[in-house]
Design a protein around this ligand. Structure first.
Ligand SMILES: *Cc1c(COP(=O)(O)O)cnc(C)c1O
Length: 383
């Protein structure tokens, strides 16, 4: 276990975000909490327990490895839906434990039916429709076959959902493409209906779609980034603010990442700091060394750019982010000592380092930075 830094996840913040999302979507729409990528870096097991205590009963994961972690933690109390990979070897476990999953090709469909027959159970499936993302999903021309299989194997199949995923709803540049997708999805739904097949629910929205295109909310929304208190993009945030009188961010960041100073050093003007020559001290400087580097998920692209908070001041990373360490400039802030707290993501006094501000700097999405935070750092639940 790594102890150089700690990650706290805040129940109050999560509760606030869930309340906001539920109020926005209304009672009829189920909120599925998307927890792939180690719950966007928040720590899968810790996060799902907390979310369940805050009322979440539906979780979306990417693969069976993640499904097993959620299942071990919460068992049959919740619905687990796999959006991505279910390998052939995992199918029996999935069906035996009533795990729901996306089906986007005939191989998985027949494999699910085979498993269900052997286990004398039903496969709880969501049929994914290709509407224009061109990643996963059945094409229009495959639907006839899918329909006949679903009808023939009624005993083995529980047709829970019809679903799709949008290709970039967070950017207005994709407006027409998303609209086309919505239309194609509705057409597929109707086509199934005309052929006597009706899923229990239909769903399509991620965070961005749910805010930018309310008609995509349907029966269930799959919400990742916003439940963690971050917006999918500045555009989605601004679009929301424009629709409201009060210009207040309704979301609260759930994660805080902090560490402590491990060394302090004086550097003379004219010296380079760290590996190579990327940072030249143009004056006499004081540098704090921090025991966090790219092996912990602090991206190397934040070299000479990232910001941290020490003693209530923002400090900039100087030199390159190393594997286990980085250096920050503390020349102009007085009274800094070894072991003083350093905020990598989060708040100290009035000062905040948000994930979003990192992303602007490094051109990484919020998503990427969060999910890269090392799994070995302990996650602690706080109020
Ligand atoms: C990741 C994912 C989501 C959630 O996306 P956010 O932008 O984090 O809300 C929803 N649906 C699918 C299929 C996904 O892969």
């Amino acid at each position: 276990m790594h102890t150089n830094s700690t990650i706290e996840i805040s129940r109050t913040a999560l509760q606030n975000n869930i309340a906001f999302l539920q109020k926005t979507f209304g009672k009829k729409t189920v909120l599925s909490s998307v927890v792939k990528g180690n719950a966007y870096g928040h720590g899968l097991a810790e996060f799902v327990s907390m979310a369940n205590e805050c009322g979440i009963q539906h979780f979306s994961v990417f693969d069976v490895e993640e499904a097993k972690i959620v299942h071990a933690k919460l068992g049959d109390k919740v619905t687990i839906m796999v959006l991505g990979l279910v390998s052939d070897e995992d199918m029996d476990w999935v069906i035996a434990n009533d795990i729901q999953f996306f089906v986007f090709d005939k191989h998985r469909l027949s494999n699910a039916i085979k498993s269900a027959k052997i286990l004398k159970r039903t496969a709880k499936i969501h049929i994914e429709i290709e509407t224009g993302m061109n990643r996963t999903g059945f094409d229009k021309k495959e639907l006839t076959t899918v329909i006949s299989i679903l009808k023939k194997e009624k005993e083995q199949i529980d047709f829970i959902g019809l679903c799709t995923h949008y290709a970039g709803a967070e950017s207005i540049a994709n407006y027409y493409r998303i609209h086309k997708q919505i239309k194609r999805f509705e057409e597929a739904y109707e086509y199934l209906g005309d052929n006597g097949l009706k899923p229990e629910i239909k769903h399509s929205a991620c965070s961005a779609a749910s805010m930018m295109f309310p008609e995509t909310r349907m029966d269930l929304v799959r919400i990742g980034i916003m439940q963690y208190g971050l917006w999918p993009s500045p555009e989605v945030f601004v679009n929301y603010l424009n629709s409201k009188k009060s210009k207040i961010d309704p979301l609260s960041r759930v994660i805080t990442w902090k560490t402590k100073i491990m060394n302090i050093k004086k550097v003379n003007a004219g010296e380079f700091i760290g590996y190579g020559t990327s940072f030249l001290a143009e004056r006499k400087m004081t540098i704090a060394v921090i025991p966090i580097g790219y092996s912990h998920g602090y991206s190397r692209s934040l070299s000479n750019q990232g910001r941290v908070i020490i003693n209530g001041y923002r400090c900039v990373v100087v030199g390159s982010v190393n594997m286990n360490m980085m250096t920050v400039d503390i020349t102009d802030i007085g009274n800094v000592k070894k072991e003083d707290e350093v905020i990598l993501i989060g708040k100290q006094g009035d000062m905040t380092v948000s994930v979003a501000s990192f992303s602007d700097l490094s051109n990484q999405l919020n998503y990427e930075l969060l999910t890269r935070i090392s799994k070995t750092i302990p996650r602690k639940t706080i109020q």
